[in-house]
Design a protein around this ligand. Structure first.
Ligand code: ADP
Length: 425
């Protein structure tokens, strides 16, 4: 006869079984020796066994080595020392299917005391899917990392390639620029050479025109005077002889003046020229030059000099300065009939000389080229000259680190002015 107690434990067992059967996780109970007492359907499916095939077997049947070998040792050790490896903690272990397949499980073991007896309940959760997902993620991660590494390498290579191309392009550009610059330089050099060549040929023809014209006048004067002198053979004809001798002297002076201008110019242009500064006093110097000009001035002409009351001491090349002043004064004499003014002013560190005449003047058109070699204004062609004087004057002023300027009005007169430092350095 069944007691109410037996009824109750029977009901409990049925309830436990019902819970076991509906549980999704595998549930296995073992005794203290590790012998399987019960196993639910989920666990059977998991391990691919029929319930009857595992009940009464050691739990190690469901474990791969080394777990199967070590399992009894765990239980014994736990009995002796109470040290827990799984019990009440739960851990990840491996399960062994009937087919021999090893698979990952999360095992949670609990100890249940039933009177004197101890049983262990293991709840087995299959984590194959999680593990698979984990390993898939790891694999994917690795793949991604590989891809990223590959892409990074490709990118680095592309960047390097770009940098190399950029460098090549820059080099090509700078090479092209250098070539263009060299070409441009050559072009400019050629253009300059062409201009020089043109200038030279123009100069040659101007020189030939000037020489044939200007040399012929004094030479024919010399020739006619000499043939006349030859004929004046009586003592009474001495005055005529003297007149023609003076004419010859004058013509020779003109010729040697022209030759010395040509010589000065070639010296200046070839750089065979040295400035030799000396200390002297300007007032005295101007008076001496004006005195020398007396032989050249026309009968109704005078040169008036205006100078400061105090002495103006300078340290410069007196020969060059004389040449400049001489040239300007002789032009003023040559191209005018009236008085000429020569003014010296003291400008502290420099001095200025102005030569002013009331002569034929220079047209605006001619003023543009006045300092050019052999250049002669259109209104001066019937007056003797080489067109070299002003060119030399300008070069001399430059050599003495000075400045030169002029103003002129056709038919009214001209003013030439130059300013030089008092102390040549
Ligand atoms: P040159 O007097 O021997 O012809 P220059 O070089 O001294 O040569 O002068 C160049 C030209 O400038 C002259 O031919 C003349 O036409 C013009 N010129 C120079 N000085 C004067 C001046 N004081 N008045 C008018 N024309 C002048």
């Amino acid at each position: 006869m069944e007691t109410p107690e037996t009824d109750y434990s029977r009901e409990l067992e049925l309830r436990f079984k019902a819970v076991m059967e509906v549980a999704l996780d595998g549930i296995i109970t073992i005794d203290e020796r590790g012998i399987i007492e019960s196993i639910n359907q989920s666990a059977c499916r998991l391990f691919e066994y029929e319930e009857s095939e595992v009940i009464g077997s050691n739990i190690s049947k469901l474990m791969p080595t080394p777990y199967s070998r070590e399992h009894d040792g765990y239980i014994n050790k736990y009995h002796k020392t109470g040290e827990r490896k799984i019990i009440g903690i739960g851990r990840e272990v491996k399960g062994l299917k009937k087919s021999g397949v090893i698979f990952p499980i999360f095992l949670n073991v609990n100890e249940i005391n039933i009177g004197e007896r101890k049983i262990f309940t293991g709840i087995i959760h299959d984590i194959s899917a999680i593990k698979k997902a984990e390993s898939d993620i790891i694999e994917m991660n690795m793949l991604l990392e590989e891809k990223i590494e590959e892409r990074t390498e490709q990118l680095a290579e592309t960047i390097n390639q770009l940098l190399r191309t950029n460098y090549e392009l820059k080099k090509q550009i700078s090479d092209r620029e250098a070539a263009e610059e060299a070409l441009h330089l050559k072009e400019t050099e050629l253009e300059e050479a062409l201009v020089r060549e043109k200038e030279l040929s123009e100069l040659k023809s101007r020189f030939i025109t000037m020489a044939s014209h200007e040399f012929r006048t004094p030479l024919s004067t010399i020739l006619s005077s000499v043939s006349l002198i030859e004929r004046y053979n009586t003592t009474e004809q001495q005055p005529q002889r003297e007149k023609h001798i003076a004419k010859v002297k004058n013509a020779v002076d003109n010729l040697s003046g022209m030759l010395s201008d040509i010589l000065s110019l070639s010296r200046l242009e070839e750089g065979r020229f040295q400035v030799k500064p000396v200390q002297f006093e300007m007032q005295k110097f101007c008076h001496e030059v004006v005195e020398e000009m007396q032989g050249l001035i026309k009968s109704n002409q005078h040169i008036t000099c205006s100078m400061p009351d105090h002495t103006v001491e300078v340290y410069t090349d007196s020969k060059i300065l004389k040449n400049i002043l001489y040239n300007l004064l002789s032009n003023a004499i040559k191209y005018s009939e009236q008085d000429i003014d020569c003014t010296l002013t003291d400008d502290t560190d420099s001095f200025t000389i102005v030569v002013e005449d009331k002569g034929i003047g220079i047209s605006e058109e001619d003023q543009k080229q006045l300092f050019g070699r052999f250049y002669r204004a259109s209104n001066a062609l019937n007056i003797q000259g080489t067109g070299l004087g002003l060119n030399i004057v300008k070069k001399y002023v430059d050599v003495l680190n000075g400045e030169m300027s002029f103003e002129s009005e056709l038919g009214k007169g001209s003013t030439f002015r130059f300013k030089l430092p008092k102390k040549h350095t």
